[in-house]
Write a protein that binds this ligand. Structure first.
Ligand SMILES: Cc1cc2nc3c(=O)[nH]c(=O)nc-3n(C[C@H](O)[C@H](O)[C@H](O)COP(=O)(O)OP(=O)(O)OC[C@H]3O[C@@H](n4cnc5c(N)ncnc54)[C@H](O)[C@@H]3O)c2cc1C
Length: 463
């Protein structure tokens, strides 16, 4: 593990919200000011509960951060607002008049050194449809859980391999390492983007909340009637705590005294680490046109997991790194410069070195080496499909968990994290006030939610 500051933390966030001081006698401590922590704090504040948010970084937003690069707002973490119809951040953004835009449905296909042909794009589209149908159908079959890859029909050929790679990218691990029962059904419409970046939007939502930055929590004692939360030499007493720290961090850093019950500890340890990293390209002469289009580069020696081109209509693009690429780079201790070299080599193989004459790579993310993230999101491996639900139950009515890892329908996403933060905030407020409102409980437990979907996949249109 590198000790220097991860590269995505070296830029100043584009928005620094004005934060309120912590109350002297908080009723609830929220650990972490990412999407889940901000949602929990907003829900608690709206219910009149005194809350203190403790955040390790010197900024809010967690794995959502927008920085200013050459005068343009660029996300170095989450960027897509997935699953529009069930994403609370889309609902809230619409109500607030935030500058949302619907993601384009068509995308680019590049085969070897040329644009893909319509027949190739159609073949890729068919392979996606067949694979998605097979996985969503078999996920509901009775019997033990297994790897999502085992549901893929044989004989999909090279397009099938491309499908598997894209699903592996957006899952954070190859499909041989992802639970079929946990694998969400796939629907690729309904994604949005937001002008000014997702991190900027979340920072606006933190405005006025009582957050202490630069305050890493080092211990949580829940052995007494309430909780005592330690951050170095500082100590905070409260009636309850909502922990939104990523499960990868909880796994690496024991925080709880006494130890958590075995089923909760087992759930945290059972998750694996999802890897997804951005290399931000500034490439004015990139051959792809049209704002916010996904591009698949297939064929040749150096395939790439995926590109998002001309973000917000600018010359910025994301080149995405998946788990196998990151593992190969880390095995060579390549570091951010090694990532840049790999990206250049891959692009040169597809477009020729001359086409890269105006390419620069101003930023690469490094979430897997970030001590307060340790990865991009939590992944449920085969056989561990109950883990998300296991974390939703409070421990002794004073320790609640929230965050992307708990969301069944929007896992690994900021929308899922926000929804889980809201759920935990409302549950704690109910518990403090002795409210047993069945309507709210039903909403919290998700029994009246529509089936959800995770969404990111090229809809190949040839050019
Ligand atoms: C490169 C990348 C691309 C992504 N793309 C998308 C996307 O397009 N769309 C999407 O919806 N999602 C995307 N995601 C996932 C999304 O960013 C996360 O699911 C979401 O932001 C998680 O929110 P959270 O509140 O659960 O966790 P976090 O945002 O990680 O918040 C947890 C907070 O806890 C803090 N913390 C950690 N340890 C401590 C401690 N000891 N004491 C105090 N505070 C602590 C952290 O600093 C952090 O601020 C992406 C993630 C990455 C890395």
């Amino acid at each position: 593990m590198r000790t220097s500051r991860p590269e995505h933390e070296r830029w100043r966030p584009s928005i620094a919200p004005r934060l309120a001081p912590l109350p002297d006698d908080p009723e609830v401590i929220v650990v972490g000011a990412g999407a889940a922590g901000i949602a929990a704090a907003r829900a608690l504040t709206a219910r009149g509960v005194r809350v203190a948010v403790l955040e390790a970084r010197d900024r809010v937003g967690g794995r959502l951060v927008t920085v200013s690069l050459r005068g343009h707002a660029v996300d170095l973490g989450g960027h897509w607002l997935h699953a529009g119809p069930i994403n609370p951040l889309v609902r809230l953004g619409t109500a607030r008049g935030e500058p949302l835009r619907v993601a384009a449905q068509d995308s680019h296909l590049w085969v070897g050194r040329r644009h893909g042909r319509p027949a190739e794009a159609a073949a890729l589209g068919r392979a996606f449809a067949i694979a998605d149908r097979a996985m969503s159908t078999q996920a509901t079959w009775p019997g033990p859980d297994r790897a999502a890859a085992t549901a893929l029909p044989p004989g999909l050929g090279p397009w099938g391999r491309r499908v598997e790679r894209v699903h592996g990218l957006v899952s954070g691990q190859g499909l041989d390492r992802v639970s079929l029962q946990d694998f969400p059904s796939m629907e690729y419409g309904d994604n949005c983007f937001i002008a000014g970046g997702y991190g900027g939007y979340l920072a606006r939502l933190a405005q006025g909340l009582p957050v202490a930055l630069g305050t890493p929590v080092t211990g949580i004692d829940w052995g007494g009637p309430g909780v005592r939360v330690c951050a170095g030499s500082r100590s905070f007493a409260a009636r309850a705590v909502i922990v939104t720290v990523p499960t990868m961090v909880l796994r690496a850093t024991p925080l709880f005294t006494p130890a958590l019950p075995p089923e909760v500890e087992g759930a945290i340890r059972g998750f694996t680490t999802g890897i997804y990293e951005h290399a931000v390209l500034h490439w004015p002469s990139c051959p792809f046109r049209g704002a916010d289009r996904l591009a698949s580069l297939v064929g040749g020696r150096d395939a790439s997991p995926g590109l998002l081109t001309r973000i917000d209509g600018t010359p910025f693009h994301f080149f995405e790194l998946d788990a196998p690429m990151a593992a190969a780079l880390d095995a060579r201790r390549a570091g951010p410069d090694g990532v840049r070299r790999l990206v250049r080599t891959t692009l040169a193989a597809h477009f020729g070195a001359r086409a890269l004459h105006d390419l620069s790579i101003p930023a690469v993310s490094d979430w897997r080496h970030d001590p307060f993230a340790r990865g991009s999101w939590a992944v449920v491996p085969p056989g561990h499909a109950g883990a998300r639900a296991a974390l939703q139950a409070p421990v002794a009515d004073r320790v609640w968990f929230a965050g992307e890892a708990l969301s069944r329908l929007q896992w690994g996403t900021a929308g899922g994290a926000y929804e889980e933060g809201q759920r935990a905030g409302e549950a704690v407020a109910d518990s403090l006030s002795g409210c047993r409102c069945p309507e709210r409980r039903r909403r919290r437990e998700g029994t009246d939610r529509p089936a959800g979907r995770r969404a990111l996949r090229p809809q190949p249109s040839g050019r």
